[in-house]
Design a protein. Structure first.
Length: 153
């Protein structure tokens, strides 16, 4: 019997260890920090328009789904306001890798990817790398988990 752990198993274990002891985020539709900021104040539109994380301006805010979203410019705020589902990260901004494993976990705004025009966040670059392997299957699993975790937990 081969007892050597596979890379997939190692990543899954690392995600589980990294998320152990974190709050369950019961009933939250959007992951927020202690100041009720989504994405720790980063501009969700910038991931699309600038292809990089950009900190939002605290003076340029918009409330959506009970969370405060910050933007680097009024233009970005207006783009988001006109089509929030286009720019908001999937799974309420919770880690896509964690969601594929059935967990709501916090993210690092510097760990992200865009797939088919949708923003996915990761708890770390390792979580993003995990999602990049067999992406379609993991997104399908995360989508299925979000149906219950996004509403009831």
């Amino acid at each position: 019997m081969n007892t050597k752990p596979t890379r997939r198993r190692v990543i899954a274990i690392a995600l589980a260890v990294a998320t152990a002891g974190l709050p369950a985020f019961a009933g939250e539709l959007v992951s927020t920090d202690s100041e009720n900021l989504a994405l720790s104040g980063y501009d969700p539109v910038a991931y699309f328009t600038q292809s990089q994380p950009v900190e939002g301006n605290p003076d340029i805010r918009l409330e959506w789904q009970g969370a405060n979203w910050q933007f680097a410019s009024m233009e970005h705020r207006d783009l988001f306001k006109g089509a929030p589902e286009k720019y908001a990260p999937r799974y309420g901004g919770f880690c896509a890798g964690g969601m594929s494993l059935g967990r709501k976990t916090v993210v690092d705004p510097e760990a992200w990817m865009i797939v088919d025009g949708k923003l996915f966040m990761g708890g770390s670059q390792g979580a993003v790398d995990y999602m990049k392997k067999d992406t379609d299957t993991k997104i399908a699993k995360a989508d299925e988990n979000w149906k219950t975790l996004g509403v009831t937990n």
